[in-house]
Design a binder for this molecule. Sequence first.
Ligand SMILES: Nc1ncnc2c1ncn2[C@@H]1O[C@H](COP(=O)(O)OP(=O)(O)O)[C@@H](O)[C@H]1O
Ligand SMILES: [Mg+2]
Length: 235
Amino acid sequence: MNGDDEQRVQFGIEGLDSMLSGGIFEGSICSIVGTYGTGKTTFALQFIYEGLKQGEKAIFISLDERTEMIHRDILRRGWDLDTYLDKSLFVIKLDPTDFTVAVNQIKDELPQLIRSVGARRVVIDPISLFEGIFTDESTRRQELFRFIERMRDEDCTLILTSETLQNNPYASKYSLIEYMVDTVILLRYIRPSDLSEVHPAVEVVKMRGSNHSREIKPYEILKDRVQVYSEANVF
Ligand SMILES: Nc1ncnc2c1ncn2[C@@H]1O[C@H](COP(=O)(O)OP(=O)(O)O)[C@@H](O)[C@H]1O
Ligand SMILES: [Mg+2]
């Protein structure tokens, strides 16, 4: 898979799409890794919105924010949510504290839901809470691997956001997802050489089967979109 003739899907974030040589591969799985507040949810929502504008259907599964919060978030950005909500955009809140229900819903019901909706873009935000359901390390690895393999059978592009631990902003909390997905986008704060202030910066750490930028680029979360400054340098 992943020859260069393959279709790519865009985030609709110009600077990021160019760092990804035009977008991530259709049907692939991408993880956005970053500490809280870096913009993982925002990047994922923009990815969904880009699909909706193109007439695609999308599913946003939230494990941390309430549905109303997500609706409010989208509305605040001035996106014409009403046009899409419950017609082509389905926002679902799962409760990760209810172990069996959450695991079964994600593992068993999600593939059916994707098919019945005909969703081309799916987000799980954040996957860390799914991983955290499993207390045993090898079970967690196995279950995550199985889930990801299962999702590869679905005809959709999947984004999994992933939290980092406080002491390591470079890796996801359980350091598993990076090995299993096709693309890893890392969001983190960096301090430029003049030490004046920290800036959020984005980096494509990995992209199976494609060239991608190795540069670290600053970005900003504006009211209605994410702006990646691909011409600027952070160092
Ligand atoms: N409507 C908005 N306009 C401008 N900035 C926003 C808006 N919504 C959220 N933000 C900012 O974007 C940042 C990233 O938010 P979010 O995507 O939820 O991060 P994460 O999912 O990584 O925790 C927040 O710290 C907030 O300051
Ligand atoms: Mg978030």
